[in-house]
Design a protein around this ligand. Structure first.
Ligand code: PLP
Length: 436
């Protein structure tokens, strides 16, 4: 469910008409619905009522500070993957005791920073990581919480780039090694085994692999529990799929129904790390048509947003619905009717720079406004300055008001770190003052 509706001949986000908003903030721009984000966080918790899960929103999906603040207020903890994300959630007012730290390549500096503020758990993904974490903890005299990330070897049948729970990818350790790794954590004087975690992939639209993965992870946790007095958490990760095109994305209640019997009465507290399902359908990107062009039989609509603003189509064949903001409301999926298929492309100098290919769309002319749907997750965060393009603003809408929660980048911001007249120096010549 989201808050984007076509009324009075134009698309609205909540009560804000998006053509008028584009007139005030310019294009391209990302627009998020605060109500949708809040509602998703609340309804996810409600679906699992009784299990009282700790919902750790996966910051990497959309890390805007205003979004994090809103979700912290809605009762979310956070799943972070870097020291930068740690700094962000702290700025947003997160309680470190509800923060879990994931990722295959944490640096010692990141471990130290997270230990010092007292995050709930580090999700540990390898033997070497556990040893380094133990060494850092010993040095600091800390006893951080640890969860072992296991790979339950189930196939979530999602795109190959975003599958993570099979044996042959870089995340986690298999169940047998997971048990050995957990025992190694237990034996360490400066580590506290708090949980077992799995995360099997992203944009998964079937609940069955979850039930299977969580059951396998639970069994391992229960095998360890007798020897692990602090083992309290069963972390099932994130990855819940959303509706981009014609997927049958399960409802929160479908997940809850499948998972509840697996975790109820097992004596462990459920942790979740949802990203996309909280924010994905809460955002649109507004972009204007720059030119129309035909090339042989092909029709191109060139818009002012490119792959640097929305990478998902180029990176993993991501599909985003799109429709003109003003005019006829969008028809039901699959009924785009007689409209000619066009390629919607950006201004970036790459053939891979497209937002949609062979998409039936009404005829648009220079200056028309197009809304690209479901860009609340993995979009602004993946943006880049390729082709020296300033990043678009992020706008949060709540009811009939809006706030520009990230300003449009300026060329000066992009150029700010460049030093064309920096002196050349030999290795070792840098003085402490100018070493960076
Ligand atoms: C990316 C990620 C998530 C969130 O995934 P979504 O598909 O956005 O729900 C959760 N946990 C871990 C460890 C991740 O890497």
């Amino acid at each position: 469910m989201d808050q984007f509706t076509h009324t009075n001949g134009r698309l609205h986000c909540e009560q804000v008409p998006l053509d008028a908003l584009a007139g005030e903030v310019g294009t391209p721009a990302y627009v998020y619905s605060a109500t949708t984000m809040r509602d998703h966080a609340t309804r996810l918790k409600e679906a699992f009522a009784g299990l009282d899960p700790l919902v750790c929103y996966a910051v990497k999906a959309n890390s805007n500070l205003a979004v994090l603040e809103l979700l912290a207020k809605a009762g979310c903890g956070f799943d972070i993957v870097s020291g930068g994300e740690l700094a962000r959630v702290l700025l947003a007012g997160a309680d470190p005791a509800s923060v879990v730290f994931s990722g295959v390549g944490k640096s010692e500096a990141e471990m130290k920073a997270a230990m010092e503020v007292g995050v709930l758990m580090f999700n540990v993904e390898s033997e070497e990581e556990l040893d380094v974490l133990g060494a850092v903890a010993t040095f600091l005299g800390e006893k951080p919480g640890v969860a072992i990330r296991v790979n339950p070897d189930v196939d979530p049948k999602t795109h190959r780039y975003i599958t993570t729970g099979k044996k042959e990818n870089k995340f986690g350790v298999d169940l047998d090694r997971g048990e050995a790794l957990a025992r190694r954590a237990l034996a360490h004087d400066h580590l506290t085994l708090r949980g077992i975690q799995c995360h099997i992939g992203s944009q998964i639209t079937d609940v069955a692999p979850y039930a299977e993965a969580v059951a396998r992870t639970r069994d391992l946790a229960l095998r360890l529990k007798a020897d692990a007095p602090h083992l309290e958490y069963l972390n099932m990760g994130g990855g819940y799929g959303i509706f981009y095109k014609d997927e049958k994305a399960p409802a929160f209640s479908d997940y809850a129904e499948a998972i509840r019997p697996v975790v109820a009465d097992c004596g462990l507290k459920l942790v979740m790390e949802p990203g996309r399902i909280i924010v994905g359908n809460a955002g649109v990107m507004l972009t204007r048509v720059v030119f129309n062009k035909t090339s042989g039989a092909k029709k191109f609509v060139i818009v002012d947003a490119g792959m640097n603003d929305l990478l998902r189509p180029s990176l993993y064949e991501g599909y985003h619905r799109m429709w003109p903001v003003v005019g006829e409301p969008p028809p039901p999926l699959g009924e785009e009717g007689d409209h000619d298929p066009v390629d919607v492309v950006g201004p970036v100098c790459e053939s891979g720079d497209f937002l949609a290919q062979n998409r039936p769309l009404p005829t648009m002319v220079r200056g028309d406004l197009l809304a690209v749907m479901s860009v609340g997750a993995y979009t602004a965060v993946m943006g880049s300055n390729y082709n020296d393009r300033p990043r678009p603003p992020e706008v949060l809408v709540d009811g009939d008001r809006y706030a520009v929660v990230r300003e449009r980048e300026k060329h000066a911001d992009i150029l700010g770190n460049e030093r064309p007249d920096a002196p050349y120096r030999a290795i070792g010549e840098a003085t402490e003052g100018d070493a960076s």
